[in-house]
Write a protein of this length. Structure first.
Length: 327
């Protein structure tokens, strides 16, 4: 039998399309922020990396719920643009911009000091800022760039703010991790740039996402009983806004593929919002939530408590937390 003419038959195309559609519709029904009517009036939230993508969508939702939302962004220009967009779309004037570069521990400390001075309480902290595909490089503080940006910065920030958050209890901290953590490994030397020269650019990213989960779980154990809960989430594979810059045809194709396989930033924001605002996640701590808002176990490595404790101590040492005393 001739196979080639058979494979060329349009029936195959329809068959594949049908199959993809079925797979798409099979996607588990997730918690939906549009059906959640929790108000955050009188609450204060910080979202790092809020100028674009998931961070902006999370901030937008929190602002709609009438929270006072602090956008923590690296660039004043891009942060200001997001701030204006969120204010005009939600009508919430209590949206503020504070500069924060999570790759710099000095910037994290300065940011935290401003927050501790300005804010009477802090109810939600979303550690969303992160970088992927950064080339191997060292920061001025002697830390590796991806690990500093994605793990050490959020680690230090959360530690500096937990005092205020426990005074504001119940309060929630969310770390935006990724399913990529499954391919990550823990080598404490990575924090200072050891053994990552010449690796693929997604390797440090994957490792830092593993650290996010371990750090969240260790923090949850340390804050047990304080009323501060700590969770980590997978946002799913998200189509970034970068495609906005392409022509209509490319965008169309991307959106078509995206409909089947990827998530929009709005959909990517759902797992973070579930942990930060939902009634279902009240009291949920030391847990990992997947992109369908389901409680799942992270990789075996991520559940290793002794290694998590070692990572915590090495991180304290790397950011100078043990010796740091606020002015
Ligand atoms: C990083 O994780 C992704 C997703 O699991 C995987 O496809 C990729 O191969 C990983 N990269 C490395 C260097 O392990």
């Amino acid at each position: 039998m001739e196979l080639l003419p058979l494979l060329n038959h349009p029936g195959w195309f329809c068959c594949c399309l049908g199959l993809a559609l079925i797979l798409r519709l099979q996607r588990r029904k997730s918690w939906d922020p549009r059906n959640c009517h929790v108000s955050l009036a009188g609450k204060t939230a910080i979202v790092t990396g809020a100028n674009t993508g998931i961070g902006k969508c999370v901030a937008m939702d929190l602002a709609r719920r009438k929270a006072r939302v602090i956008l923590a962004c690296r660039s004043r220009g891009r942060g200001q643009k997001a701030l204006e967009e969120i204010r005009s779309q939600t009508g919430n004037k209590e949206v503020l911009l504070e500069l924060l570069d999570t790759s710099s521990m000095a910037s994290v400390r300065a940011f935290a000091e401003r927050i501790l001075q300005q804010e009477k309480h802090l109810d939600i902290l979303i550690n969303n800022a992160g970088a992927s595909g950064l080339p191997y490089s060292m920061t001025a503080e002697g830390l590796e760039n991806t690990f500093a940006t994605n793990h050490l910065g959020p680690f230090l920030l959360s530690n500096l703010l937990t005092g205020l958050m426990s005074k504001s209890a119940p309060s929630r901290i969310v770390f935006v991790s990724s399913f990529n953590h499954k391919k990550g490994e823990i080598h404490l030397g990575h924090l200072r740039g050891q053994n990552i020269q010449g690796v693929r650019p997604d390797y440090p990213y994957n490792c830092s996402k593993l650290m996010n989960i371990m750090c969240a779980n260790e923090m949850a154990r340390r804050l047990h009983g304080s009323g501060v809960t700590v969770t980590s989430v997978d946002p799913g594979i998200v189509v970034t806004e970068a495609i906005r810059n392409y022509g209509i045809f490319i965008r169309l194709i991307f959106n078509l593929i995206g409909f089947f396989f990827f998530r929009t930033p709005q959909q990517g924001a759902v797992s973070s919002l579930f942990c930060a605002v939902s009634e279902e996640a009240e009291g949920l701590t030391g847990k990992y939530i997947d992109c369908d808002c389901q409680l799942v176990l992270p990789s075996a490595g991520a559940q290793d408590r002794p290694v998590s404790r070692k990572l915590w101590e090495a991180s304290e040492e790397a950011v100078g937390l043990a010796t740091y005393s606020p002015k």
